[in-house]
Design a protein. Structure first.
Ligand SMILES: NC(=O)c1ccc[n+]([C@@H]2O[C@H](COP(=O)([O-])OP(=O)(O)OC[C@H]3O[C@@H](n4cnc5c(N)ncnc54)[C@H](O)[C@@H]3O)[C@@H](O)[C@H]2O)c1
Length: 257
């Protein structure tokens, strides 16, 4: 029996990167997983890969998290396929570089739509499913950028700080209502996925780019997806049933100073 046996997880942005890693680690611990993504072919292929190792565990839906209609379809399909939804991982996200002088309002709005507003819409729509499958958990992927600002990360800082606070509000609502539903945020530092390529590939040399990022981190390395995946497995499990409204930071010590 795995640590997540009987769990039914819905993971956004699951075609690649952290979402894919969460899905693989959840399935390895016995969960059923539904991964959704705006990349239709890639998300289906990822589910097939997972089913190659853990037969019948993974399902996939094309899903733009900024579309309410997509949320409704994907949540209903996932609940039908898995027999409910007991874990919601709001992971889909985009990055953006821009300061108060250089960021356009269009980009700012796009980052808010995908990284923050979608969590409100999606979690609200998922609540009936989570209430039907208690004990349940909501895991929102924020960032160290939700805890520390950078002059060139304006939109991302605002969205990810919002992810931190929406998680606490949801946690307190669920606690007050007497639901066995926890809600927490995870705050990774630079982790090896496509999202950091804009930084690591700026000079055309990935190794040099990653080394430059690693120098900013006390442990002198960037994160691996599994470093974050272990946190998500814990929060999805009943081991974390008394952990709610908190921030789990995986940053090699960055925010300790
Ligand atoms: N990798 C890091 O360094 C890092 C650090 C801190 C936080 N994060 C956060 O982790 C989460 C996952 O990012 P990642 O590192 O795996 O990057 P990634 O770019 O590899 O994955 C992001 C996924 O989200 C999907 N996506 C983007 N817009 C979408 C939309 N509108 N609807 C549905 N899916 C959409 C993409 O198609 C992609 O599959 C993001 O929220 C990101 O902000 C990542």
């Amino acid at each position: 029996m795995g640590r997540l046996a009987g769990k039914k997880a819905f993971i956004t942005g699951g075609a690649q990167g952290l979402g894919k890693c969460f899905a693989e680690m959840f399935a390895a611990e016995g969960a059923h997983v539904t991964i959704t993504d705006v990349q239709a072919d890639a998300v289906r292929q990822t589910a097939e890969e997972i089913n190659g190792r853990y037969a019948g565990k993974a399902f996939a839906f094309t899903h733009d998290v900024t579309s309410r209609a997509d949320w409704e379809t994907a949540l209903a399909g996932a609940a039908d396929a898995m027999g409910g939804i007991s874990v919601l991982v709001n992971n889909a996200g985009i990055g953006s570089f821009g300061s108060v002088e250089s960021e356009t309002f269009e980009t700012y709005r796009k980052v808010m739509d995908i990284d923050l507003d979608a969590i409100f819409v999606g979690t609200q729509l998922a609540m009936p499913h989570l209430k039907d499958s208690q004990p349940a958990s909501i895991i929102n992927i924020s960032s160290v950028a939700g805890l520390r600002a950078d002059g060139n990360f304006l939109s991302y800082n605002v969205a990810k700080a919002g992810v931190c606070m929406i998680s606490k509000s949801i946690a307190l609502h669920c606690a007050k209502a007497g639901y066995q539903i926890t809600c927490n945020s995870i705050h990774p530092v630079f982790t090896r996925t496509a999202i950091i390529e804009a930084m690591t590939m700026a000079s055309g040399d990935r190794e040099a780019g990653e080394a430059k990022l690693a120098r900013q981190i006390p442990m002198k390395r960037i994160g691996e997806p599994e470093d974050i995946g272990h946190m998500a497995v814990y929060l999805a499990s009943d081991e974390a049933k008394f952990v709610t409204g908190t921030e789990l930071v995986a940053d090699g010590g960055l925010t300790a100073r």
